[in-house]
Ligand binder design. Sequence first.
Ligand code: UDP
Length: 491
Amino acid sequence: MACPPHAIVIPYPAQGHVIPLMEVAHALADRGFNVTFVNTEFNHARVVAAMSNGAGSGLGRIRLVEVPDGMAPGEDRNQLVRLTILMAEFMAPRVEELILRSGEDGACPGKITCMVTDYNVGYWAVDIARRTGIRVGAVWPASAAVMVTLLSFPKLIEDNIIDAEDGSTVGEGTFQLSPDMPVMHSAHLAWNCIGDHDQQATLYRLLVDGVRAMEQCDFVICNSFQDAEPASFKLFPNVLPVGPILTGERSGKAVGHFWQPEDDECMSWLDTQPERSVVYVAFGSFTMFDRRQFEELALGLELSGRPFLWVVRPDIGHGAVHDYPEGFLDRVCGVGGQGKLVSWSPQQRVLAHPAVACFVSHCGWNSTMEGVRNSVPFLAWPYFADQFVNQVYISDVWKVGLKAVADDSGVITKEHIAGRVEELMGDAGMRERVEAMKKAAHQSIQEGGSSHGNFDAFAEAMKNAAPQEVSVQDGGASPGNFHTLADGMKA
Ligand code: UDP
């Protein structure tokens, strides 16, 4: 019996990538694919350990595979530039071998017939797909606005916004890609947030390379939806919105968490809270706080007088011990207290809980889409790179949240935090707008919606054999050699 189509799915090795790519894997499995999901050994161990309580361990047609990332044991995996470079050397040969040797035993899951790779993985993945003659689609797990910024590299250079060699800011650095998009700043482009010049230039070149990879893909799908970013999709219609991707929404299915979510702690505590009363506070998987800001946040939550659920990752502050303000834990976080602290939450399920009233968020794109999909207004508090653009969408474009603003000393004060939470709670217009966005998001992913239709068509196209003759072109072509679904099968 012939095996079904078999996709190899390759996430970039970071939490905000593994979770949405895992959902893409589930969505492909729903449409009849077998899936080989490739994590680095380091992340594979974390994902498997996080599933070990049985919650969310359902994999169905998905097979988890691990490959080395080239880093030494114990090395800091948050060194993203180094990690990205090593991946090309160490992961690439293993991925190629997986593809070439798949199906050798004649049993299912069978020969790998297509690749779905994270854009950020790099050119090597697309190159392997081309050389092994399988179709390849890229997933852009962040906003379309940032994707189209990358696709607009040549224009940004031509307009003297960024330097052609290292991507650094030239002059003011502000730009607007279309009249319907917000003004952006080149200082917020990922490589310009790195702080070290050599690393910055390296990351810039890697991302330019990523655009070259994009041109070799059959399709590029994006975790956003038409109504959220119409101007971006108008600018580059070949980028297909398939979101908001249902990260963590499937009951009993593997989510791809790196840490074990404290499901019972979160959900049973939320069950005891009144409807729309709780401030949910989470800053994603990377954000670090300095001592002063950590304390100020704790005191701000206390001062708000509202119940709060705060995710404090074990690595969020100064090692394992956090510098809570004196007496804070006794005053606020005891049994029946105002606040609940957890080290990792089932975020999607938390945001869907009726007790949650607002989301103090670092504006990572997954968190942004998850908040929008559950109509939870934001206190938007970005730290890094695209989070600043996402903040602008939240507060100025969609108007579903308020900005957290630092004082002259660079600190977001307790009074400001408590005041903003109060404003959010009382803003009826905000609630109406976020409800409208939720509706639009849901419509797009329902049967008949644009994101749903795009994903169906993408999956269908990925079932077809790759074009027989593929000529791998050098970079330099204008962005958009990948195909719209209308012309997709002409490749
Ligand atoms: N997340 C979670 N539990 C937490 C905090 C975060 O499940 O306690 C998930 C969140 O739902 C999202 C991902 O981790 O899917 C974080 O991605 P995001 O893009 O928001 O931020 P990043 O970690 O990449 O900065």
